[in-house]
Design a protein. Structure first.
Length: 575
């Protein structure tokens, strides 16, 4: 049993006793017999109102409750919390829905109210609320705010048992998702940032259960006030206190205070290799009409200023990486004329002062029929194209995965011949009706069959093109929309291809974050002979770990939502 006492007032679960001073039972407007009576009235403990399930067992009934105000939502309502709970499987907090009363509520006040118990929200996880309050009284002021120490992981029922309560975390937490920090939202996790299960385990029921485990080990946080200093994934957070509230869809922690230790910014890649190749998803690089107008674009930038900001970040990243061969995805598919997005990208490459670049242009002047396309761009001093480019328009690439673009190159300094192909497989979104491409519940999401079929069509086509050029050197770039242990990546491995970052740097690796979970979607594969010439490989973490739409500490940060992949080669002359 818990008890608050001040000015002779004691609060006992189930009963409120007014002390020696009548002022202890006054409203702000002054004492009244009605208010004194309400402070003396028998109350229903908040944990009884909450019950031990998703909905209140007293839903729809009139109840009188009492508790300490913890958080006030002006013009909406406020939160009450009782003292120590007798049953920790029931929440001791309750939201009071009253825009009028919220104007006078202050944290630390003891309120007693009569109202109707309702559940707000359409999902299973609703918010238990006291509404239609008629009688109310402020029975005390200046009480300490309650807080309950908790730790992750927290299951769904355990979170339900903390609904509308003020909680604190004794252990240090880590930032695992910053995608929406510009909107005042973060996700924190325990132990370390979270991983997509199929990044390190085979698809199946165990991998599917891994997503549930990740949800239990993380908590969404609403920041107080403005977003503040941008944080990156991996930043440490201690002394976390807040109210476990709700955003109308899901529970979240409304942060009151925390101490942050930001993670460092990534350094620019070093070295001047013989040949540097880069894969980069550009996050919808659309340049409007190419003359400063045409915004909002079909995808990507909504205004000219936003596009200029996107270009500035991309140029800084390209300058730092210095690619000799750049494979891209999510480039506007508007041809290669002077006003095209490809022409804008060429200008960014050449602004780095490394000489002229060229785009690989198919005879059709477009790469497939989608609004976005893949692309290949090369530095003329380093590489020479051999023969025309090729696109694959087989069935798996007609409506789902984007058509791949391939080109044979000769390395000018050594004469090495290799085939390069840029790819973008079908995403996991927009799930179809039940069938082979529906979510099979194995952790691979939707459209897995389509991605597998695309890789099966791609590899023999590449090998045929390479043989025609007299080489077995093949580089496969792309956003594969599949994590490392998923079926499409296994097809590459089974065919003898090596993923170069994994081969040279070992695991774990990642290039993308999905709701705070890290995994690899972006790859550079090579045939074994060509892989032996690779001297360095890395995924440069300048995007996935950083928040969008914020001023960041380095000019290249957040030029996309995928991290670029960088591989360096040293060829023997006459290879």
């Amino acid at each position: 049993m818990s008890r608050y006492t001040k000015k002779g007032l004691a609060i006992v679960p189930g009963l409120l006793l007014c002390g020696l001073l009548l002022s202890a039972c006054e409203e702000r407007s002054g004492p009244s017999t009605e208010n004194i009576a309400l402070c003396l009235a028998e109350t229903t403990p908040i944990e009884t109102v909450q019950g031990d399930s998703w909905r209140s067992p007293l839903e729809g009934t009139r109840q009188t409750v009492g508790g300490v105000v913890t958080v006030v939502d002006q013009h909406v309502g406020f939160y009450l919390e009782q003292g120590q709970r007798e049953n920790p499987q029931r929440s001791g907090g309750l939201f009071i829905e009253s825009p009028l009363l919220s104007e006078n509520a202050r944290p630390g006040q003891l309120w007693v109210l009569e109202g109707t118990v309702v559940e707000r929200g359409e999902q299973r996880d609703t918010v238990t609320t006291l509404s239609d309050t008629v009688l109310h009284a402020v029975c005390e002021e200046g009480l300490p705010l309650p807080s309950t120490e908790v730790s992750l992981p927290l299951s769904g029922p355990e979170r339900e048992a903390l609904e509308s309560m003020r909680i604190r975390f004794g252990a240090e937490l880590f930032v695992t998702d910053v995608y929406s920090q510009h909107r005042g939202m973060l996700t924190l996790s325990t132990g370390e940032p979270l991983w997509v299960p199929t990044e390190y385990m085979d698809p199946g029921s165990t991998a599917a259960a891994g997503f549930r485990r990740n949800r239990a080990h993380s908590i969404e946080v609403e920041l107080p006030g403005t977003p503040g200093t941008p944080l990156s994934v991996g930043s440490e957070v201690g002394n976390v206190i807040g109210l476990f509230g709700h955003d109308g869809r899901d529970p979240l922690l409304r942060l009151e205070q925390a101490d942050y230790q930001p993670a460092p910014s990534p350094a620019a890649p070093a070295g001047a290799p013989q040949l540097r190749v880069v894969n980069a998803n550009l996050l919808n690089f659309f340049n409007g009409d190419g003359r400063g107008g045409g915004f909002p674009a079909e995808r990507g930038a909504r205004s000219r200023d936003e596009f200029e900001n996107q270009k500035a970040r991309l140029q800084a990243a390209l300058d730092a990486m210095g690619p000799d061969l750049l494979a891209v995805q999510e480039l506007e598919n508007d041809g290669f004329g002077p006003d095209s997005a490809a022409a804008d990208l060429l200008r960014l490459l050449e602004a780095g002062g490394r000489g002229p670049y060229r785009a690989v242009e198919p005879s059709a002047n477009r790469v497939g029929g989608d609004a976005i396309a893949v692309g290949l761009f090369y530095r003329e001093a380093a590489l020479e194209p051999v023969g025309p480019s090729s696109m694959l328009a087989a069935e798996p690439f007609r409506d789902l995965s984007r058509q791949p673009l391939a080109q044979v190159f000769r390395h000018r300094a050594t004469g090495t011949i290799f085939l390069a192909a840029s790819n973008h497989l079908k995403s996991k979104g927009g799930c179809p009706e039940p069938g082979p491409n529906a979510n099979q519940g194995d952790g691979q999401g939707c459209w897995n069959t389509a991605r597998v079929e695309a890789v099966h069509a791609l590899l023999p086509w590449l090998e045929e093109k390479a043989r025609a050029a007299g080489t077995d050197n093949i580089l496969v770039f792309g956003d594969m929309n599949a994590y490392r242990r998923e079926d499409p990546i296994s097809v590459f491995r089974d065919a003898g291809y090596l993923e170069l970052v994994e081969t040279l740097e070992e695991l774990p690796q990642y290039s993308y974050r999905f709701f705070g979970q890290a995994g690899t979607l972006d790859y550079i594969f090579a045939t074994r002979g060509l892989a032996r010439a690779a001297t360095g490989a890395k995924i440069w973490h300048i995007n996935a770990d950083w928040p969008a739409r914020m001023t960041l500490p380095e000019p290249w940060l957040r030029m996309s939502d995928h991290d670029p992949v960088i591989v360096d080669f040293e060829f023997d002359a006459g290879r």
